[in-house]
Design a binder for this molecule. Structure first.
Ligand SMILES: COC(=O)C(/C=C/C1=C(C)CCCC1(C)C)=C/O[C@H]1C=C(C)C(=O)O1
Ligand SMILES: O=C(O)CCC(=O)C(=O)O
Ligand SMILES: [Fe+2]
Length: 375
C-alpha cells in the first residue's frame, strides 16, 4: 500500500536538520537561517575571570534551595531566602537555584543520554518527527511558513503530564535508557517545581498551597535543545526571542556547554553564566497574569557558539488545561488596574503553540488593551 501522505495546514518548505548541516557542510549557513540585520544577536566572549560572575552586582540572583526546603517557615534563614526569591522574581524574572536536591548523577545521565540521542543517525531520529504545527517529537518547533527564518537548533520535546497528553510513539527507543532517564528526571524536577510554587506563593504573602490548588494536575513538558556550533553565530539565532507560556520553566545547561542563554534585562541582552550544577528558573506567562504583572515573564533567547555545541534540558510546568486563569484580586487595586482578561489555560496553550516565537507577543492573547497601558 502506498504511504499515507502527511497532510499539514502549513506550508513550511524544506527544513534543514541543523545537526546534519553542521556535520556535512560545516561552513555553510543556508539563507533560511541568516537573520535580517535587525534580528542578529550580539555574541559576547566569556569574562576572563569566572569569579566575576559571582561578585558582579549585575549577576542573576542565586537562590539556595536548601535554605528553603530544610528550614522551618519561621526560621530567619528561611525568611531571608524567601525575600531573596521574591526580589529575584520581581526584579529579574530569572534566578539560579543551587542545592536543589536533584541527584547530580541523574542530571549527568540525562545530559549524556540526550547527547547520545542527538548524535544518532538522522533516519533514527526521524522516527519521532515533530510535524509542522505540533510540538512533540524531534525537529524544529514553531515553524508555520516557508518565509520564516529557522533557528540554529534541533530539539526533542515530549509531554510528561498529564499522561493522556503523551504520544508514546514519539518516545525514543534509542539510546536504550533515554526514555526512562527522562521519566526519572522529570519526576525530580516536578518536585522542585511543586516546592518553588509554594515558596513563590509565600513570598507573595499568599497561602503556600494557593498555586497548587489553582493549577490542579499540573501540565509538565520537557524539551531538550541541541545547538550545534556555527561558523557564523553572529548571523543566526539559536532560539528565537520569546517568553515561556508556562508558570515556571526549569533549565539545565549541560556541563561543558558554552554560554548561550541571553535574557532581556533593562533593554539589553545579557548573557547568562550558569553556575555548575545549578538550575536556571524563570517566571512564565501564567505567573505574570496571576500576579497582574508584579512578576514578569522575561524575554530570552539562545545564541549559537562558533566552536562548541550546546545542550540544554528545559522543563515547562504549567496549570492543567482545564483551569481558568486571570489576575488574582490581591494584585488589583486603584494603582494596579487589571491588565489581563480571564481565559482558559488550554486555550492559551493552543494559542502559544500555534504561533511562532516572537518575544512576548503570545501574551497579547490575554492583555486588556487600554489606551495608556504601560507594561
Ligand atoms: C516545543 O515545545 C515548547 O516549546 C513548549 C511546548 C510544551 C508542550 C509540549 C511539548 C507537549 C504538551 C503541551 C505543551 C504545550 C506544554 C512550550 O511550553 C510552554 C508553552 C505553554 C503554553 C506551556 O504551558 O509551556
Ligand atoms: O537553551 C536555552 O538556554 C534556552 C531554552 C529556552 O528558552 C526554551 O527552551 O524555552
Ligand atoms: Fe524559553
Amino acid at each position: 500500500m502506498a504511504p499515507v501522505p502527511i497532510i499539514s495546514p502549513f506550508n513550511v518548505g524544506h527544513i534543514d536538520d541543523v545537526i546534519e548541516l553542521r556535520k556535512t557542510k560545516p561552513g555553510t549557513i543556508p539563507q533560511r537561517f541568516v537573520r535580517d540585520i535587525t534580528e542578529r544577536p550580539t555574541i559576547t566572549t566569556p569574562p576572563p575571570n569566572k569569579s566575576l560572575i559571582i561578585t558582579n552586582h549585575h549577576h542573576m540572583p542565586i537562590i539556595d534551595f536548601s535554605k528553603l526546603s530544610k528550614h522551618n517557615t519561621h526560621d530567619e534563614i528561611f525568611l531571608h531566602e524567601l525575600l531573596n526569591l521574591a526580589t529575584a522574581c520581581e526584579n529579574w524574572g530569572f534566578f539560579q537555584v543551587v542545592n536543589h536536591d536533584i541527584d547530580l548523577n541523574l542530571m549527568e545521565r540525562t545530559e549524556k543520554m540526550s547527547n547520545e540521542f542527538f548524535m544518532l543517525p538522522l533516519e533514527e531520529k526521524q522516527k519521532y518527527p515533530m510535524l509542522p504545527g505540533t510540538v512533540q517529537g524531534y525537529g524544529q518547533a514553531f515553524v508555520f511558513s516557508e518565509d520564516q527564518k529557522l533557528d540554529w537548533c534541533n530539539m526533542l520535546a515530549l509531554a510528561i503530564q498529564p499522561q493522556h497528553a503523551r504520544n508514546p510513539n514519539l518516545w525514543p527507543n534509542k539510546p536504550e535508557k533515554l526514555s526512562e532517564t527522562l521519566e526519572e528526571y522529570s519526576r525530580e524536577v516536578r518536585k522542585v517545581c511543586e516546592n518553588l510554587v509554594k515558596y513563590i506563593g509565600l513570598g507573595l504573602g499568599l497561602k503556600e498551597d494557593v498555586f497548587e490548588k489553582m493549577f490542579g494536575e499540573a501540565v509538565q513538558a520537557i524539551r531538550v535543545n541541541y545547538y550545534p556550533a556555527c561558523s557564523r553565530p553572529d548571523l543566526v539565532m539559536g532560539l528565537s526571542p520569546h517568553s515561556d507560556g508556562s508558570a515556571l520553566t526549569v533549565l539545565q545547561q549541560a556541563k561543558g556547554s558554552p554560554v548561550g542563554l541571553q535574557i532581556l534585562k533593562d533593554g539589553l541582552w545579557m548573557p547568562v553564566h550558569t553556575l555548575p550544577n545549578a538550575l536556571v528558573i524563570n517566571i512564565g506567562d501564567t505567573i505574570e497574569v496571576l500576579t497582574n504583572g508584579k512578576y514578569k515573564s522575561v524575554e530570552h533567547r539562545a545564541v549559537a557558539n562558533e566552536n562548541k555545541d550546546r545542550l540544554s534540558v528545559v522543563t515547562f510546568y504549567a496549570p492543567s488545561y482545564e483551569v481558568e486563569l486571570g489576575p488574582m484580586p490581591e494584585f488589583i487595586d486603584e494603582n494596579h488596574p487589571c491588565k489581563f482578561r480571564r481565559y482558559n489555560h488550554g486555550d492559551y496553550s493552543k494559542h502559544y503553540i500555534t504561533n511562532r516565537l516572537q518575544g512576548k507577543k503570545a501574551l497579547d492573547f490575554a492583555k486588556i488593551q487600554t489606551k495608556n497601558a504601560s507594561f
